[in-house]
Design a protein around this ligand. Structure first.
Ligand SMILES: [Zn+2]
Length: 339
């Protein structure tokens, strides 16, 4: 009897704790912003890439105690914005602000519409409690998940510049793009929807797949591609630069990965003609490729424990170059899909 009462008490406590955590997660769905002088609610929403048609009501609801007469904004006052996707909901914008890229990179100037209508899911491998492969260099610890995330952010930002809609599935709200050689290891990445990342591998991968597949339903007739980035050490002994993997039964997946591979090979030829580039494209039955609905590319960018690959990862310019070349490849794949 006593045991049962204790157990009930325990369950109650657990429920309260879960409710508390759920509340915290909800609070993180918003970012705090201050309006520029004379800026109204519509302009503020647009500056953060939120279409007023969809977000004005939510904005009023969130900020009802902070608005002046006629719903005007007060200078110096902080407002909450319901920021969700890295997407530009109004294609006429010339600039946008995306806080996920960090203070130095959050402002984006749109270059062209070459990826307008394309939907991308960018997944950096591991994250949260799992740092992935760990390398050492000059007394520093290199965590795979941090380097994969930095390149993922650079890639996502590039895609946005061409007016794509981008969903960053692995997210770290306080790590923007970092122009540093040594990226600090942390464990506060989350999964799309502010979900804590589980330590168990199967649950972690299922969480990502569920997030992607839930969003992808909205875009059923659109061009959708998912790109997952890793820097594992598994292939230490092989002298191969970048591995691309696609679903064994996906023709589009094969085409996507071959295009990415060729683009990178051409670029290496251009910038390092004597280097020789050994990449590989192959079919592989990986969980993420098998279960995610969009056409997928799973990329191993190198080995975080390998001297030569470390150079590719530690140099900021090299991380940016990889992101730029993948972007080029994705633009070509999108063009091909419309032929
Ligand atoms: Zn990995």
């Amino acid at each position: 009897m006593k045991n049962t009462i204790l157990r009930i008490k325990y369950v109650w406590l657990l429920m309260l704790l879960l409710m508390f955590i759920a509340d915290l997660a909800k609070a993180q769905d918003y970012i705090k912003v201050t309006p520029e002088k004379g800026e109204g609610a519509f302009a503020l929403l647009r500056r953060y890439n939120l279409d007023p048609t969809d977000y004005f009501e939510a904005f009023i609801e969130l900020n009802k105690n902070k608005l002046g007469e006629d719903l005007s904004l007060k200078t110096g006052q902080t407002y909450l914005l319901p920021v969700k996707a890295e997407s530009t909901s109004s294609p006429d914008n010339e600039t946008g602000v995306f806080p996920i890229f960090g203070k130095d990179y959050e402002k984006i100037e749109f270059k062209d519409n070459s990826l307008q209508g394309a939907i991308f899911y960018i997944i950096s491998g591991h994250g949260g409690p799992d740092p992935g492969a760990i390398g050492k260099k000059s007394g520093h610890t290199l965590c795979e998940d941090e380097y994969a995330y930095d390149i993922a952010l650079r890639l996502a930002r590039n895609l946005l510049e061409h007016n794509a809609t981008v969903y960053l599935i692995t997210r770290d709200p306080n790590d923007g793009i970092r122009d540093e050689r040594y990226l600090k290891c942390d464990k506060d990445e989350n999964c799309w929807g502010d979900k804590n990342i589980p330590i168990n591998q199967t649950r972690r991968l299922r969480q990502r797949v569920d997030a992607i597949n839930a969003i992808s339903k909205k875009y059923e007739s659109s061009y959708q591609r998912s790109v997952e980035l890793h820097v594992d050490s598994r292939y230490e002994k092989q002298n191969v630069d970048i591995f691309f993997y696609y679903h064994p039964n996906s023709k589009k997946g094969k085409a996507l990965n071959e295009t990415l591979y060729k683009t990178i090979r051409e670029k290496y030829k251009e910038v390092q003609p004597n280097r020789g580039y050994k990449g590989s494209v192959s079919a592989r039955n990986l969980y993420m490729i098998r279960h995610a609905n969009p056409v997928s590319s799973y990329i191993e960018l190198g080995n975080i424990n390998h001297e030569r690959d470390q150079r590719r990862l530690l140099e900021v310019d090299n991380r940016q170059a990889i992101a730029n070349w993948l972007t080029l490849g994705l633009i070509i794949d999108y063009e091909n899909s419309r032929k």
